[in-house]
Design a binder for this molecule. Structure first.
Ligand code: GLA
Length: 739
């Protein structure tokens, strides 16, 4: 049994194939303490690791130094106010204004299932086990139910928390983390993903120092700036070696991820909804469900952590029917035309694209209301027939007649001040009464916490989707939340708005997918500001970044692939000079880099240079040939351009290790050099492999290096030689197959 309770020792032990997570109940106070998390161990009787019998305060013997105890005991759920000064995972205010909570063990249950979290995205699947530990504060009647789930095929541990008000008066949750645990510092480093618009999810590593460190978002979205994720890295951890603890929140709104290093060189790691702007009123009898946190421990470096997240998300989080199917190669008109298009231009693009083997046309921003720039018309979700003469259905039918699917862009959560919707309902935007709300990209955010507004949004989308054969929706969200105020909430519930907003977005996407189960949904937020596990539950792919430059993408995609499967990364080949950075890279290289994601085009195919256009059918064939390996394979990072500033290299390996694909991008040509030795990863040491290069000109595979087959161990230890390529920004794709 992977989850066991050891009654004599009062220990809960959660075992996955390679890890153990151990919780203990401290005898007299009845607190749940954190005993151990790490590589799998055989013993359960490890309560001594909680140091409960170390002076100055031994609860079973004296009460003189309770605060010293509280301030060093490794709490599994540290609550506020009783002398633990290392950061709270839970703070609840009572009607009397008090905020201290003493949570003691009440009961527990172990079940052979994983339940859904009401209203929230979460992992799911069979062959699961869940431990629930119920704790209670006897004074105010607040109960906290800690939940831990595992799946038989994964090393991840899913944690979440539910607060139930069993008292007679309302209480207000002011802070709630989904996961927290304490451990001794062993010289860990903190890894986070940071960025901004057009430079999302760059990897940052720094030593863990005394005090608080961490990342958060208070933008109402998971954000470009930070990812709801942190990892602690043991000394010398790299792709293959060292300890790694990853924590990732399945949530798309405000979050906080932090680590606190205290006086005894103990660490407290916490992850949950961001506490600023959050205050949730709980009436007697009501419950509040916190989002799920996914914990992954790896004793084999970052690579093992990445692969554990990838498999978990592919098998237990992404629920779309499209997940296991090849995604259609699409062409999106955003960078091709921006707002300046009509049905003729779109059809011309589609016609040319269909000849090149592209399978779907996506009509981006600008098809509705009076939208001719980003200054107006959000909210007016009716087709602009001056642009699309003959209407949407006519265009879609014509595109379908070319053998192509049709997709459409929406930004359902927004309203422009210059729109019919805003003129009719100025009170539908999030704003503080009496204060002029700030604009961002000249738009306001709709108050989706109000049902009538959600219904308007839903009906607007479905009216369009029902009017033609639309098979894909790009759901965009182009601004952050500020001026938080809702006319739908009383004063003592205004602090609920940010979270209610997220629940509303989830509810809308849920309704959409129920109605159109086959719909391919892609989430997007000004590029990659909503690349988070919450969104992945609804959409199997998320737009990675508005930066489509192949070289910038190497860093963005490396950071993204650290935790997300490549099949989820929206990646397109665009035109040059690149619209974000002005860089010119070979069309061939742009294709190799986009192959590491969903693969598509974002350019005017009727206008690009002829030699680029001629390469498209070959790239489409390349995608069809290798996409399964990319989407379903095990990911191995070999070299990082972000670190070495010269070249990038990664592999995906088929699960049975019979086949692999290696992408090598030589960003900078170095003079007077020789070939570069590359040690492959993930192969079977005892299988023999042949290495071939994909030749873009012929669309065929040609031999690369010596023609003979080599054992996997030779390729992984002695390596192969990557030939020097002439010029900057060049790439090569190597297909490694069992001989
Ligand atoms: C965001 C998206 C882009 C595009 C524009 C349209 O920036 O990330 O891909 O859809 O909006 O306004």
């Amino acid at each position: 049994m992977p989850i066991t309770y050891h009654e004599k020792e009062r220990i809960f032990k959660i075992d996955t194939q390679r890890t153990s997570y151990i919780i203990g109940l401290a005898d007299r106070p009845g607190y749940a303490g954190h005993v151990y998390y790490g590589a799998r161990v055989q013993d359960a009787a490890l309560a001594h690791l909680m140091r409960i019998h170390e002076p100055p305060y031994v609860p079973s013997q004296n009460a003189r130094e309770k605060l010293s105890f509280m301030d060093s005991f490794p709490m599994e759920l540290p609550a506020h106010g009783l002398g633990d000064f290392r950061g709270d995972a839970l703070r609840v205010r009572t009607e009397g204004g008090h905020t201290a909570l003493e949570l003691k063990y009440v009961s527990h249950e172990i079940t052979a299932k994983k339940e859904a979290l009401p209203g929230l995205p979460a992992t799911f699947g069979k062959d699961a086990q869940t431990l629930k530990i119920l704790t209670e504060d006897a004074l105010c009647g607040v109960q906290a139910e800690l939940s831990y789930s595992i799946f038989a095929d994964s090393d991840a541990v899913m944690r979440s928390l539910r607060i139930i008000n069993c008292g007679r008066e309302p209480v207000w949750i002011e802070k709630i983390c989904s996961a927290s645990f304490d451990m001794d510092d062993q010289g860990y480093e903190l890894l986070t993903l940071h960025g901004g618009w057009a430079k999302e999810r760059h990897i940052s590593r720094s030593p863990v120092t005394f005090g608080f460190q961490g990342v958060s978002s208070y933008r109402g979205e998971s954000s470009h700036q930070h990812q709801p994720f942190l990892a602690l890295l043991g000394k010398g951890a790299d792709q293959e070696h060292g300890e790694v603890y990853g924590l990732h929140l399945v949530y798309s709104g405000n979050f906080s991820a932090s680590v606190y290093k205290g006086q005894y060189e103990q660490l407290r790691i916490m992850l949950g909804i961001g506490e600023e702007d959050f205050c949730w009123k709980l009436e007697p009898g009501e419950a509040f469900q916190a989002p799920e946190a996914v914990l992954v421990y790896s004793a084999e470096g970052l690579g093992r952590m990445s692969r554990t997240y990838h498999d978990l998300y592919r098998n237990h989080l992404i629920r779309s029917a499209c997940q296991k199917k090849p995604r259609p190669v699409l062409i999106n008109n955003w960078e091709a035309t921006y707002f300046d298009f009509d049905e003729k231009k779109l059809y011309a693009i589609a016609k040319q694209a269909s000849k090149a083997g592209i399978e779907m046309l996506v009509m981006d921003d600008g098809w509705f209301g009076a939208r001719s720039s980003d200054n107006c018309a959000l909210g007016d979700w009716y087709v602009n027939e001056r642009k699309l003469k003959g209407g949407l259905k006519k265009l879609v039918d014509r595109v379908n007649a070319l053998g192509m699917k049709f997709g459409i862009w929406f930004e359902p959560e927004m309203v422009s001040p210059d729109s019919d919707l805003y003129r009719a309902h100025p009170d539908w935007a999030i704003a503080i009464p009496g204060r002029e709300a700030g604009l961002c990209r000249c738009q306001y955010v709709l108050d989706l916490s109000r049902k009538e507004i959600r219904d308007y949004v839903f009906e607007s989308i479905t009216r369009i989707l029902d009017s033609a054969n639309i098979e894909y929706v790009k759901w965009d969200m182009n601004r952050q939340l500020a001026d938080l105020g809702s006319l739908g909430l009383p004063a003592d519930r205004q602090g609920e708005l940010s979270h209610r907003y997220m629940l509303a977005v989830y509810e809308l996407q849920e309704r959409l997918l129920k109605r159109y189960p086959k719909l391919l949904l892609e989430n997007c937020s000004g590029g990659g500001a909503r690349f988070d596990p919450g969104m992945l539950y609804y959409s199997p792919q998320i737009w990675c970044s508005d930066d489509t430059d192949a070289i910038e993408r190497l860093m963005i995609q490396e950071g993204t692939a650290l935790i997300y499967p490549l099949s989820a990364m929206g990646a397109h080949v665009s035109d040059c000079p690149n619209h974000t950075v002005g860089r010119v890279t070979p069309f061939e290289t742009r294709g190799y880099v986009a192959l590491a994601g969903t693969f598509g085009y974002e350019l005017d195919i009727t206008k690009i240079p002829a030699q680029d256009r001629e390469m498209i059918p070959k790239q489409v064939a390349m995608y069809h040939r290798y996409h399964k390996l990319v989407a379903e394979g095990d990911y191995y990072r070999i070299a990082s351009y972000a670190e070495n500033h010269i070249y990038d290299c990664y592999m995906t390996v088929k699960k049975d290790r019979s086949e692999a694909l290696l992408t090598y991008i030589q960003v900078m040509m170095q003079p007077n050099g020789h070939s570069r030795k590359i040690c492959l990863k993930g192969l079977d040491p005892d299988k023999r492999y042949r290495v071939k290069r994909f030749c873009m000109d012929s669309g065929k595979e040609v031999s690369y290096g010596p023609k003979q087959a080599f054992y996997g161990d030779t390729l992984m230890k002695a390596g192969l030689l990557a030939e020097t390529l002439w010029g900057d920004f060049r790439g090569v794709l190597l297909h490694i197959t069992e001989a």
